[in-house]
Every structure is written in C-alpha cells, then in structure tokens.
Design a protein around this ligand. Sequence first.
Ligand SMILES: Cc1ncc(C[n+]2csc(CCOP(=O)(O)OP(=O)(O)O)c2C)c(N)n1
Ligand code: SF4
Length: 337
Amino acid sequence: MSSYKETATRESCFQPGSTLCPGCMESVAFQNIGRVTDNGVKTIFTIGTSCGEVSTLAFPDVVAWGRGNAPPEAFEKSFSIIHNVFESAPTLAESIRDVADVLTSCGALQRPVQVLSFSGDGGAIAIGLRPLLHTIHRRTRITITVLVNEFFANTGFQYSPAATPFSDTSTTPAVGPTPGNLNMPLDYVHLAIAAGADLVAQISPAHGKLFMKTVEKSLECQGTAVLFVPAPCISGWKYDDGRTVELALLGARCGIFPTFIWERGQGGAVKDCPLEASERPRIEEFLAPQRRFAHLVETRKDTGEVVARPGREQTLEKLRAWTESNVERLYALAKLK
Ligand SMILES: Cc1ncc(C[n+]2csc(CCOP(=O)(O)OP(=O)(O)O)c2C)c(N)n1
Ligand code: SF4
C-alpha cells in the first residue's frame, strides 16, 4: 500500500471543468478515486447515465476527465471512460475484465489493467439491481462504485430504494399528513455480501484517508469489490453551500449511513459510529440542515434545540428506531466471515 501523502498528492484523472453542482460530493469522490488509480496501471472506467455522467461527459464539454498532458502512448497514465446505458455499468466492467483476461492469456496484452464502474443508486440498486447482483455473483475482478445520493437525481430527484425514511422526494412528496418516503431502505450492503462480493464497504470521501485506503484495497481485491459511497446532494438534500462534508460525517456518525468495511474470510468493522446510541450524534443534527426533512423537524428559536414538528413526533421516533436497527444490522454483518 502507498502512503496517504503519496496517494493524496498524485495527479487525478478528474480535472476541473465538470458541471456537477458546486459542493457535490460526487466530484470529491471522482477526484480522490482518480488519485488512487494514478498508480501506474492503465484504468478503464464504465459509467452509467447519472449526474456523474451527464455532468462530466456531455458533448462538447468533455473536459472533466484526463491526466494532464500525458501522451496516448504513456500506458501507465492512460485511462478510458466508457458511457453505457443507465443500468449496466457493472456488467460492462465485467465484460471489459473478461476481454482483458483473454487478451492477457493469449499474450496480446502485456500489462495489467484495472477496471472500475460508476453508477448512481438508481442505476445500481433500483433499475440496475439485476446487473449489479449478477456481476458480483460471477466474482468478476472489478471495483463497483455506487454513488448513493438517495435519488434518481438528474431526472428530477425521484425516490430511490436508498432514500432515507421520511425524506421528501419528487415521487414521495411530504404533502399534508404524508411524511415523505414511507419505505425502509433496501439493505444493499447485505445484498452485496450475499451475492458473493469479496470486499464491501460503505465509505464517504469525508473520511479522507480511510476512503483512499479502501479504494486502494479494492484495486488489489482478487474478486469483486463493491464501494457504496454516500454522496450528499446539495440540490436534492437542500442544504446550504459549504456543508457537504459536515453532512457526510454527521450522516455516518449518527447511524444513517455508518462507515462499514468488510472482507470475505476476515469479517469487517463499523468505524466512527458507536453501537451505543448515546455516544452518537442525535439524528436531529443530521436532519435539521436539510430542507428535505423540513416537514419533520424544526429548530426552536428560543433554545436552538432541534425538535419534531408538532404532529411529527411519532414519525421522528420511527426514524430513530430505524437508525438504531441500521447500526445494529451493520455491527451484525461485520461479524460475518
Ligand atoms: C432503462 C432506463 N430507464 C430510465 C432511464 C432514464 N434515466 C436516465 S438517468 C436516470 C436516473 C439516474 O439515477 P441515479 O442512477 O441514481 O443517478 P443520479 O442521477 O442520481 O446521479 C434515469 C431514470 C434510462 N436512461 N434507462
Ligand atoms: S443534483 Fe446532486 S448529485 Fe447531482 S450534481 Fe447536483 S449535487 Fe451532485
């Protein structure tokens, strides 16, 4: 493994010039993954239609991806990025790995390649759940990255199965007595383990060093590595500019999307999110800055305390109970070998 300092100061293949919203966590993820993959091995990315794709690859603004002035023959600096239909990024990455392995076995490819896919949570765990699970099931040697912003964002912030309970989305609106999304999230971490992944993590770029190390570890994995990356979305979560990293840390620490790293045969760990609820930040701290929860909580003007809006007390307690079960579930999954 490389030192953090060395990895963090590498050139990234993700350059300025995208049209991702300022403050979008996805650009931080791309920048840091781009640094880790600048490791002397040719990189091939696949990317399904998503904010990360339409905001970085749309013609004629294909300006976000590139490694400076490296010439095409600089194999160790080169990378490709292939856009695919919405739901198929893991499967396209699988086929690229298969072709690379065939070319290697017949001597036509002399040097290794590393293959990573990018999807949104809509692409990976809603419409693309089948390609995701079957690619994992075939134990393909790739890194699957799922940028979890909890919506189908670029098509209008529709609900996805990763949406936090009771969040307001365009297809689960908080209107009248209805408190937003009534579905409990799909247990995608467990699904990835059950499907056969060798490394499964839920990890935010806000946990900088750990994020880089986990991406690096995924590239060394001999089976399928799946990284779920919680991605606070300034436009859909509706928070003030400058709070992206703070919300990523709060969401992880309060138990909404705890940091989790697991390897087959070794088990795993939940990090920076204690099992004991009293040792975690209250979920209200995470909810209050986001207007997608404005129907649920309010800040008292006199004390500054965040409390349930009148009539929403039971809903807030239900969300607290789900958060508790979410943390307990990940601690239990960490014990699996
Ligand atoms: C089979 C199919 N259904 C729907 C669409 C339209 N579509 C394109 S991107 C998208 C939403 C993507 O959501 P997500 O994967 O979560 O990425 P995000 O936009 O949130 O980054 C949809 C519905 C499509 N391209 N193909
Ligand atoms: S809508 Fe959200 S996920 Fe999409 S670019 Fe903007 S902040 Fe990022």
